[in-house]
Design a protein around this ligand. Structure first.
Ligand code: GBH
Length: 453
C-alpha cells in the first residue's frame, strides 16, 4: 500500500522572513555623520574580536541595499527584520540629531517596500553610542532617557510605512554579557551582580519607552513587542513530572526579563534569589515596563535538558562532550527548543502571539564549489528539523505567527568577526559578491509553498 504523507503545511498568513542587524551588515561605520558605537570601539581593542575584524565595511549594505532587496525579492522573501543604528540617528546618543541618518533609513525603507518586502524594525540591536558609554552606558539611568527620545524620533519618522516594531534585541547580550565577567561582548566591563541587575532594569525601561512611542506615534495598525533570547529547557521525557520541572526552570532562568514585562513585578522568588543585588526601582518603572505588547519575539537557537528530581524543583543534565553542535561552541543542535521555547512562555504568560525573530546556525568553513555553489546541507537540515518542531507547536495550539531565519547573509558575527557564517546567502567579504546557498534555495521553496519541502 503506497504511503501518502501529510504535507507539513503552515497556517495561512504565516510570516516567513529573514533577519539581520544594522551593525553586522551596514558598514559605513563613520560615514554621513554616524557616531562611534561601543562595538566600533571594542573591535579596536586587541584580542577582543577574532582577527581584529572591525564593522567598518561589513557587507557594505549601506551602499548595496537596493541589490540586497532585489535578491530577497528573487528568493520570494516577503518579511525582513532589520535594526536601526542609534549612533546613526544620534551620533552622541542624545542631543544633536543627524539628518543624514534618518534620510538613510527613509530611503532604505522605501526601497524595501518597493521590492514588496514588509519591514520589521528593531530599535536597538547592541550598537550603543560610545558617547553614552563614556557617561556610564547601561549602568546610567540617563541612557534610558536618551533612548526614549531616540525611539520616539525613529517611530515618528518611519511609522507611516513601518507597522511592526521590536523594542530591543536580547537584553542579556548587551547587559550581562557586556558588563560582567561571564561575558565577552562590548563594552567589556566587569561589574558586580548588583550593577548588572541595574543595567537589566535600565534596558527594561527602554523597552517600556519604546512601547509607549509606538502607541503614541505608531499610527493605525502599529504593533510592538520585544525580542528576547529566553533560556529554553527541554524536558528529558514528555511526562508531566519532567514538563513541570522544565516549566520551573523556564520561569526561574527568565525571571529577570519576562516576569517584569508580563506580570508588572519582580517576583518574590526572584527577589529572594537576588537578595541585596536587586536593582533600584523607582515609582512608575514597573508600570512602564509592563505596558501591554502585541507579540513576543524570540531568538531561539539552543537550550538545556531538564528533568524532575527528588527534593529539587528541577535537575539540569550536563551535555555529553560530543553532543552535536554547529561551529559555535554554544550552539548545540536541539530542534525541540522551538517547541518548548514557544509553548512554555505561551502557557506561563498567556502571550497572545509569538514570532521566532531569529533561528539558524553558524559554520566556520563553507566552500564555494567550482560551479559557484555552497552546499550547506547541514544548515538546510538543521533549519528543517527545527521548523518541524515549530510546526508541532502550532499543531498543539501555540500561537506562533511567524519565523525569521538568521541570517539573510553571512555578516559580522560580533566577537567572532567574519569567520563565523550564519547566512543563507554567502558573502565574499573581499568582493562583496552574494551567492545564495543551497539553504536559501530550499527556504525560498518553503516560503513559496508555505510548507516544509
Ligand atoms: C543572536 O544572538 C544575535 O541576536 C545576533 O546578532 C547574532 O548574530 C546571532 O544570534 C548569532 O550569534 O558566551 O558561550 O555563553 C544569539 C544568542 C547569546 C549566543 C549569547 C551566544 C553567548 C555564548 N547568543 N551567547 S557564551
Amino acid at each position: 500500500m503506497p504511503i501518502k504523507p501529510k504535507p507539513l503545511t503552515f497556517p495561512k498568513n504565516f510570516v516567513w522572513g529573514v533577519a539581520t542587524a544594522a551593525a553586522q551588515i551596514e558598514g559605513a561605520a563613520f560615514e554621513d555623520g554616524k557616531g562611534e558605537s561601543i562595538w566600533d570601539r571594542f573591535a579596536r581593542i586587541p584580542g577582543k574580536v577574532l582577527n581584529g575584524d572591525t564593522l567598518d565595511v561589513a557587507n557594505d549594505h549601506y551602499h548595496r541595499y537596493p541589490q540586497d532587496f532585489a535578491l530577497m525579492r528573487k528568493l520570494g522573501i516577503k518579511n525582513y527584520r532589520l535594526s536601526v543604528s542609534w549612533p546613526r540617528i544620534y551620533p552622541n546618543g542624545d542631543g544633536e540629531i543627524n539628518p543624514k541618518g534618518l534620510e538613510f533609513y527613509n530611503k532604505l525603507i522605501n526601497s524595501c517596500l518597493k521590492h514588496g518586502i514588509t519591514p520589521w524594525v528593531t530599535l536597538f540591536h547592541w550598537d550603543l553610542p560610545q558617547s553614552l558609554e563614556d557617561r556610564g552606558g547601561w549602568t546610567n539611568r540617563a541612557t534610558a532617557d536618551a533612548f526614549a527620545v531616540y525611539a520616539e524620533t525613529v517611530v515618528k519618522a518611519l511609522s507611516d510605512r513601518v507597522k511592526n516594531w521590536i523594542t530591543l534585541n536580547e537584553i542579556v547580550c548587551f547587559t550581562l554579557l557586556g558588563y560582567s565577567k561571564v561575558g565577552d561582548k562590548a563594552p567589556g566591563r566587569k561589574e558586580s551582580e548588583k550593577v548588572v541587575n541595574q543595567t537589566y532594569h535600565h534596558a527594561l525601561l527602554c523597552h517600556g519607552h519604546a512601547v509607549k512611542a509606538v502607541r503614541n506615534f505608531g499610527g493605525k495598525g502599529a504593533r510592538v513587542g520585544i525580542t528576547d533570547n529566553s533560556a529554553v529547557p527541554i524536558p528529558v521525557t514528555e511526562t508531566p513530572a519532567d514538563i513541570a520541572a522544565a516549566r520551573a526552570w523556564f520561569i526561574e532562568k527568565n525571571s529577570r526579563i519576562l516576569e517584569p514585562i508580563y506580570t508588572g513585578r519582580y517576583s518574590a522568588d526572584h527577589k529572594k534569589r537576588m537578595g541585596a543585588d536587586m536593582p533600584d526601582v523607582q515609582k512608575g518603572d514597573l508600570g512602564l515596563i509592563s505596558l501591554p505588547t502585541d507579540f513576543l519575539g524570540l531568538n531561539i537557537y539552543t537550550g538545556a535538558f531538564v528533568r524532575a528530581a527528588k527534593g529539587k524543583r528541577y535537575e539540569e543534565l550536563p551535555l555529553p562532550a560530543d553532543f552535536p553542535r554547529s561551529s559555535c561552541p554554544w550552539l548545540n543542535i536541539m530542534p525541540q527548543v522551538l517547541y518548548w521555547g514557544t509553548r512554555l512562555p505561551a502557557e506561563i504568560y498567556k502571550v497572545p502571539a509569538i514570532y521566532i525573530t531569529e533561528n539558524g546556525c553558524g559554520y566556520d568553513v563553507e566552500t564555494l564549489t567550482e560551479s559557484g555553489e555552497v552546499h550547506d546541507l547541514h544548515r538546510r537540515d538543521l533549519v528543517r528539523n527545527y521548523l518541524h518542531e515549530l510546526h508541532r507547536a502550532i499543531a498543539d495550539g501555540v500561537p506562533v505567527k511567524g519565523y525569521f531565519l538568521w541570517s539573510f547573509m553571512d555578516n559580522y558575527e560580533w566577537q567572532d568577526g567574519y569567520t563565523r557564517r550564519f547566512g543563507i546567502v554567502h558573502c565574499d567579504f573581499k568582493t562583496q559578491k552574494r551567492t545564495p546557498k543551497t539553504s536559501a534555495k530550499w527556504y525560498a521553496k518553503v516560503i513559496a509553498e508555505n510548507r516544509l519541502v
